[in-house]
Design a protein around this ligand. Structure first.
Ligand code: CDT
Length: 372
């Protein structure tokens, strides 16, 4: 059992639920970049993480290739960006293009969140199903223990008419995720976790917050939606992992106004909204989050924001990337700190009023009140 000390105010003394975690921000990956070169960059960040004793590393959304949904592609030109699991019996650790990452994570005993474009299966019509996916590799289990498929796909199905507009064709290239927001426990990250084998039961007063860490995964646009975080909050998540590729300048996609009349101001705003989403939702669900960008200028003309950061369960940024290139951010986080938010301000079981939340699941778009 853990030795989390509960103080009368609901605060948690420094607990034994401390983990060193890292975010492996990646700089730009151009269309012509070789997978091999990109993999070397990613492995280098993992080496650096190992030197700092990182136990969990997070890579960006669709980490190993350029952010291809901005381009109009079909056939093999599109397929080259997807990883085909059918060839390797559904075991992502054997995916040809990614295997080196799993091998090194295994060697370093490091858990890993990895985003990639998943070529999942064939539907009845021989059509491939494509998802924007993240998987969680557990070193203790030596396998992928969780998979998340991006639910909120931004952008459009059809390309913009203006030839110089930056497209975001995720609705064209991906199917919305079909796995929901399922939290999971990652073994081996903290010492002395309460477990079934030691006779402990989940959701008992003396095991709450004492089992193996509870994690959730999101991908990019999901982080802007409180609906995506709340299911994790309701499963007691202590740590949410999110990779992203966020354009810094795309007036067709994001709209414009006087405030963001220049590219610099638009980028400032994109960074602000990124941080706002991550800090508020970490606070409101009393969980830490590790948020990692692919960033910089891809192909010399498509700007992506950086701003990778690790946020604590009070919504405070613990560490933030300083560059728009390959950069490792590292923090020692204490998951025991989550208890305060979960037991006081956001004690869901005492304060939530689900009888008033129906609209959130019954209605998708806006319905304004009758006119006066
Ligand atoms: N990759 C991705 O989901 N990008 C979107 C673009 C902006 S839509 C507001 C994002 O949410 O960052």
């Amino acid at each position: 059992m853990g030795s989390v000390q509960r103080l009368s105010a609901g605060h948690t003394a420094e607990s034994d639920r401390r983990i060193i975690v890292g975010g492996a921000q990646l700089g730009p990956i151009d269309v012509g970049a070789s997978r091999g070169e990109t993999l070397q960059r990613m492995l280098k960040l993992m080496d650096d993480a190992h030197k700092q004793d990182v136990k969990l590393i997070v890579y960006p959304e669709i980490a190993t290739v350029t952010f291809f949904p901005r381009h109009i592609l079909e056939g093999d030109e599109l397929e080259q960006y997807f990883e085909n699991e059918q060839e390797v019996s559904g075991d992502p650790t054997k995916l040809t293009n990614l295997k080196a990452l799993f091998d090194k994570a295994r060697e370093y005993k490091m858990d890993m969140y990895l985003g990639y474009a998943e070529h999942a299966a064939e539907s009845g019509e021989g059509e491939h199903i494509h998802y924007n996916t993240a998987i969680y590799y557990s070193a203790a289990a030596d396998k992928v223990i969780s998979r998340y498929r991006k639910v909120h796909l931004p952008g459009t199905f059809e390309p913009y008419e203006r030839k110089d507009a930056t497209n975001q064709l995720e609705k064209r290239y991906f199917t919305p995720g079909n796995l929901g927001f399922e939290a999971f426990r990652a073994p081996g990250l903290v010492a002395d976790a309460a477990s079934k084998s030691s006779g402990a039961k989940a959701n008992e007063p003396d095991t709450l917050g004492r089992g193996d860490p509870i994690l959730g995964m999101l991908i990019c646009n999901d982080r802007r939606w409180p609906e995506a975080w709340r299911p994790y909050g309701l499963q007691g998540a202590e740590l949410v992992l999110c990779g992203y590729n966020t354009t810094a300048w795309a007036p067709e996609l994001l709209g414009t106004n006087k405030k963001i009349s220049t590219k610099e101001k638009a980028k400032e705003e994109a960074l602000f909204h990124n941080k706002l989403s991550l800090t508020y939702n970490s606070y409101a669900n009393a969980c830490f989050s590790i948020n990692v960008a692919k960033c910089g200028l891809e192909d010399g003309k498509y700007p992506l924001i950086g701003g990778s950061c690790i946020v604590d369960c009070d919504g405070e940024v613990v560490v933030e990337a300083k560059t728009e290139g390959d950069e490792l951010i590292v923090a020692k986080i204490d998951l025991g700190m989550c208890r305060r938010g979960k037991e006081k301000v956001f004690a869901f079981e005492r304060h939530r009023r689900t009888e008033h939340y129906g609209l959130i699941v019954e209605q998708t778009g806006v319905v304004e009140p009758e006119l006066l």
